[in-house]
Design a protein around this ligand. Structure first.
Ligand code: NAD
Length: 355
């Protein structure tokens, strides 16, 4: 029996996870899944005074995977940092030791005109970013802004040990084996010692265990240009926390709407799956959000936490066929757009047809 914890969170998080529940209910007929749903983020603050209670964290630790909606909203913006909804998200990622962030950037043929690049450049783009999530400059010590001799000085520390690099590199190579068998590793080895270590360790992991996978190294500044110039030639991109943060958003822009982008954060045991978008307070409660990012996050959950690649592929195909048939939500279409729940129903009916 596989255990999935659902944390809808706030705003459109509740609406889009509702559409995921329809898909889960369908697969529950053939796969043994146990679902638990709990409050998280602002909803948990309202009920319990904190964004992530110990009880919910314990349930997350006992689960095979966690599916999140989104957290946050104006109601909780004035709270002190430690009590904000987003703090719950950071704590969850840290406690579940989710050290690799997975961000697919796939251009669906039906939405090719939504990309900021020309059709013939972006056609066929299907990039998968694997970003190191719990180390690097966002966590390195010491970190400070202090006054030295009357001048303010600020510092952060970009530090990695070889184990942190090797474990995320392993994940990137494993994923590439299930895709087009190529990894492009990003660094700044020409200027930073820590990035030379990054390049050396990635090369060693490749040599020891993954010689069947093609490996390319690019400096981050060159990579930022190449993903715009020749996006369809990339497969898996491997990067540290800072470079991965930036390049994954750059790639997201190639694919069109925020409502289309899924993500996963995985470690050695747990996986957290969530759409890239936030709680969208401007459209919350109107049933017009695009549920595709959340449904594709659920597809990733089936693949990376439950090892059900066929279910992942089926859901992705159903989304693709729904778009090919011309169905759109408001963020990606103009006339006769569907509501959030109608889009969920269309995708579900394609899943039923294809299975
Ligand atoms: P947002 O992603 O919520 O919204 C940005 C814009 O994109 C809005 O105009 C919104 O309507 C639109 N949008 C987003 N998702 C959409 C969808 N599925 N369908 C259609 N349109 C969609 O970002 P924001 O407005 O900067 O943040 C709102 C709140 O969400 C803030 O409290 C922020 O802290 C929080 N947030 C949470 C997460 C998370 O839970 N992982 C991520 C980002 C922001």
């Amino acid at each position: 029996m596989k255990k999935i914890l659902i944390l809808p969170g706030d705003g459109i998080g509740k609406e889009v996870t509702n559409e995921c529940m329809k898909v889960i209910d369908f697969f529950k007929k053939s796969i043994e899944i146990e679902i638990t749903e709990e409050l998280f983020g602002g909803a948990s603050i309202d009920a319990h005074g904190q964004p992530l209670t110990k009880d919910v964290l314990d349930k997350a630790m006992e689960s095979d995977a966690v599916l999140l909606g989104a957290v946050g909203g104006p109601k909780w913006e004035e709270l002190e940092h430690n009590l904000k909804p987003e703090k719950g998200l950071l704590t969850l990622r840290k406690e579940l030791e989710a050290f690799a962030n997975l961000r697919p950037g796939k251009v669906f043929p039906a939405l090719i005109n939504a990309s900021s690049l020309k059709k013939d450049i972006v056609e066929g783009t299907d990039i998968f970013v694997v970003r190191e999530l719990t180390g690097g400059i966002y966590f390195g010590e010491p970190r400070y802004v202090k006054n030295v001799g009357g001048k303010r000085i600020g510092a952060n520390n970009l530090i990695y040990n070889e184990d942190e690099i090797a474990r995320v590199a392993n994940i990137a190579f494993e994923i590439a084996r299930k895709r087009k068998n190529k990894v492009t590793s990003l660094d700044k080895a020409n200027v930073l010692e820590v990035m030379q270590l990054w390049r050396d360790v990635v090369t060693e992991v490749h040599k020891n265990n993954f010689q069947d996978v093609e490996l390319e190294h690019l400096y981050i500044d060159n990579a930022a240009m190449q993903v715009i110039k020749r996006p369809s030639t990339f497969d898996v991109i491997l990067a540290g926390n800072l470079f991965g943060d930036i390049i994954s958003d750059e790639i997201a822009e190639l694919t069109g709407s925020l409502g289309m982008l899924p993500s996963a954060s995985i470690g050695s045991k747990h996986g957290i799956y969530e759409p890239v978008h936030g709680s969208a307070p401007d459209i919350a409660g109107q049933n017009i959000a695009n549920p595709i990012a959340a449904i594709l996050s659920l597809a990733m959950l089936f693949k990376y936490s439950l090892n059900l690649d066929s279910v992942h592929d089926l859901i992705e195909k159903a989304v693709s066929e729904t778009l090919n048939a011309g169905f759109r939500t408001k963020d990606i279409g103009y006339d006769n757009t569907l509501t959030c729940s109608e889009m969920g129903d269309e995708i579900l009916s394609n899943i039923v047809k294809l299975s």
